[in-house]
Design a protein around this ligand. Structure first.
Ligand SMILES: Nc1nc2c(ncn2[C@@H]2O[C@H](COP(=O)(O)OP(=O)(O)OP(=O)(O)O)[C@@H](O)[C@H]2O)c(=O)[nH]1
Ligand SMILES: [Mg+2]
Length: 436
């Protein structure tokens, strides 16, 4: 073995300030790391999940078809849904050599019930369920996060009805409940139904209502220099007023997506007609990765933190000293065992108490039974004695009766005998007198 000091010079000196910088005397190759990362990401593919929240028939499906230039499946929803449901479909899309697994989730029946108070609940539950699945995967001993199908919602397009007035209370309540869980991008749907001047006022009104109600919507990031300018400008255009259409028509010499009316044509991709292009730029081309990142680092992190705290985990003890997972586990385990013992003891005590009570109850019942038996026995003896006395009386009477009957019979036979001899005597006397 070499003594340790032999290696000291080969190691970068670690001082209190951090690591030492060394100049390279030639090309090494780690400048290809970003390329390696890109190649790896391309081979893995990406996933992106969009949640469309909005009243039935507000143009959710049409906008998705328009955004991704395809026809996703999805039948229109009837207005008679008993509650809000979330319908999800996953598609594999490919552009150049980039694969995107995209899931579109749409609310069905949102805003159709008379009582709309609970409409946000199924949406919140859905978002939490996706976070929970991810957390469960993370907590597994054998994790397969690299090919785990991440179903967490990366962007929530909130469709606002083009009323030109103000936000409905269902919109404010729902957005408020969702803003800490998902990146909300509010959009004014079917904005061809609203005039230019009304739209400007409507946008201002919506923004001020969101601010006054403390609703946090997604802001396009301005910390990255390359996109800071465009994102900053776009933030000022929120909420985007969009028009969707799958119908195409020739404008000039180009086929364009349009909505045709008797009085004119709305071009979906014309920025002076609507903000569709702005939405597509911001959502897909510029900020898709930021939306994915924000979902993981902000919203999921918050869910994870709350969940782990709920489970009793913490990073520091009451004295702000680091508290490891192992310590938390041991503390929780001891707490649990203590509680278990306490419960066991309580149950044992309760069992003994119950046995005692039952024993006393049984004793009482036995005593009552004995008393009843004695009472019945005495009653029976009295009855028996009475019957015996009665029988004796009857026997005596019967003896007496027999005696009397015998005497009567004797008297009767004697009387018969006496009666017979007198008749003979009278006959004899009659005969004798006839001869005379
Ligand atoms: N004027 C106008 N109509 C639109 C727009 N987008 C969609 N529509 C029409 O609105 C109707 C409903 O559109 P969908 O895309 O099915 O609406 P949805 O929100 O998906 O409806 P459900 O899924 O049934 O809740 C269709 O007739 C669309 O052609 C738009 O931007 N402006
Ligand atoms: Mg639809």
């Amino acid at each position: 073995m070499f003594p340790n000091y032999m290696f000291h010079d080969a190691l970068p000196a670690v001082s209190g300030e951090g690591s030492r910088s060394l100049p390279l005397s030639g090309h090494v190759g780690f400048d290809s790391l970003p390329d390696q990362l890109v190649n790896k990401s391309i081979s893995h593919g990406f996933c992106f999940n969009i949640l469309c929240v909005g009243e039935t028939g507000l143009g959710k499906s049409t906008l998705m078809d328009t955004l991704f230039n395809t026809k996703f499946e999805g039948d229109p929803v009837s207005h008679s849904q008993p509650g809000v449901q979330l319908r999800s479909s996953t598609y594999d899309l490919t552009e150049s050599s980039v694969h995107l697994k995209m899931t579109i989730i749409s609310t069905a029946g949102f805003g159709d019930q008379i009582n709309k108070e609970e409409s946000y609940k199924p949406i919140v539950e859905f978002i939490d369920t996706q976070f929970e699945s991810y957390l469960q995967e993370e907590l597994k001993i054998k994790r397969v996060l690299h090919n785990y199908h991440d179903s967490r919602i990366h962007a929530c397009l909130y469709f606002i009805a083009p009323t030109g007035h103000s936000l409905k209370s269902i919109d404010l309540v729902t957005m408020k409940k969702l803003d800490s869980k998902v990146n909300i991008i509010p959009i004014i749907a079917k904005s061809d139904a609203i005039s230019k001047s009304e739209l400007t006022k409507f946008k201002i009104k919506i923004t001020s209502e969101l601010v006054s109600n403390g609703v946090q919507i997604y802001q396009f990031p301005t910390d990255d220099e390359t996109v800071a300018e465009i994102n900053g400008t776009m933030n000022a255009h929120l909420p985007f007023a969009v028009v969707g259409s799958t119908e195409e028509a020739k404008i000039g010499n180009k086929m364009m997506r349009v909505r045709q009316y008797p009085w004119g044509t709305v071009q979906v991709e014309n920025e002076s007609h609507c903000d569709f292009v702005k939405l597509r730029e911001m959502l897909v081309r510029v900020n898709m990765e930021d939306l994915r990142e924000q979902t993981h680092t902000r919203h999921y992190e918050l869910y994870r933190r709350c969940k782990l705290e709920e489970m009793g985990f913490k990073d520091t003890d009451p004295d702000s000293k680091p508290f490891s997972l192992q310590e938390t586990y041991e503390t929780k385990r001891n707490e649990f065992l203590g509680e278990l013992q306490k419960k066991e003891e309580e149950m044992r005590q309760m069992f003994v108490q119950r046995v005692k009570e039952k024993e006393a109850e049984l004793k009482e019942a036995e005593k009552e039974l004995h008393e009843k038996f004695d009472r019945l026995k005495k009653l029976h003896q009295d009855e028996k004695k009475k019957l015996e006395d009665k029988k004796k009386g009857l026997d005596d009477e019967s003896g007496e009766f027999k005696k009397r009957r015998t005497a009567t019979e004797l008297l009767q036979s004697q009387a018969q005998q006496a009666g017979g001899s007198q008749t003979l005597k009278r006959e004899k006397e009659r005969k004798n007198s006839g001869f005379l």
